[in-house]
Write a protein that binds this ligand. Structure first.
Ligand code: AMP
Length: 221
């Protein structure tokens, strides 16, 4: 594909956005921007900004928009590191961020908004079983699919642990926040004339990946 896709991947926590966004970024040779991974890396590095974000994350709350935009604005500006195509994972998270994204893109159109659809009961189970690499949050495992050596990341040797916010209280709070703040973004994009596609996210990773690439190829061509 000559055109480098510019994509937004939406979906509940635990829908598989991180895993699929990583594969899609490799497949289309585009950048993968996960705001959650950025915040976790900053928190692990102990920066003031990362520790501030962590207070919200551990409680299952959204990080305030001003902090989020401070992090993503530079990456997204035309000519910035995402100018060769991108997939946004975990951003935008509410309508105000979607409006800000349009402003920062400054007329560069998004090719598609992909909604990775998984029922709530399935994601609750996935999130409580999820384990992630502390060095790179995009290296994702589960109790059912652990790394070869327990619990050491196959890809980079980092420790594989349960995320602080993958506990029952924070999981339910995050999913409620998704329903309230993130779900309405799809309507915003439809009303503003964007291509919004829903892809079934239940099933093996490879099968979901096939569905995603076929939806993206139709949207970009
Ligand atoms: P994620 O890895 O996408 O599930 O994000 C983990 C946590 O990081 C979320 O529960 C929020 O606290 C925070 N976060 C990530 N992305 C955003 C965003 N775009 N806006 C606000 N908070 C975010």
């Amino acid at each position: 594909m000559k055109t480098k896709p510019r994509l937004v991947l939406l979906g509940k926590q635990g829908a598989g956005k991180g895993t699929q966004a990583k594969s899609l970024a490799r497949h289309y040779e585009i950048a993968h921007l996960s705001t959650g991974d950025l915040f976790r890396a900053q928190a692990a590095a102990g920066t003031a900004f990362g520790l501030e974000a962590k207070r919200y994350m551990d409680d299952g709350e959204l990080v305030p928009d001003t902090i989020v935009m401070g992090v993503v604005e530079e990456c997204l500006a035309p000519g910035g590191p995402l100018s060769g195509g991108f997939i946004l994972d975990g951003f935008p998270r509410n309508k105000a961020q979607a409006v800000e994204l349009e402003r920062v893109l400054d007329g560069t159109p998004l090719h598609a908004i992909i909604h990775l659809d998984v029922p709530r009961e399935v994601v609750v189970e996935r999130l409580s079983e999820r384990r992630v690499c502390v060095k790179n949050g995009a290296h994702i495992y589960s109790v059912a699919k652990p790394p070869k050596e327990l619990w050491v990341c196959d890809e980079c040797g980092g420790a594989v642990v349960q995320r602080d916010d993958d506990n029952p209280d924070a999981i339910n709070k995050r999913l409620d926040t998704y329903e309230r703040d993130t779900r309405p973004i799809r309507e915003f994009y439809k009303e503003s004339g964007h291509t919004v596609v829903t892809v079934d996210g239940v099933g093996e990773n490879d099968a979901v990946f096939e569905r995603l690439t076929s939806a993206i190829n139709s949207a970009v061509s």
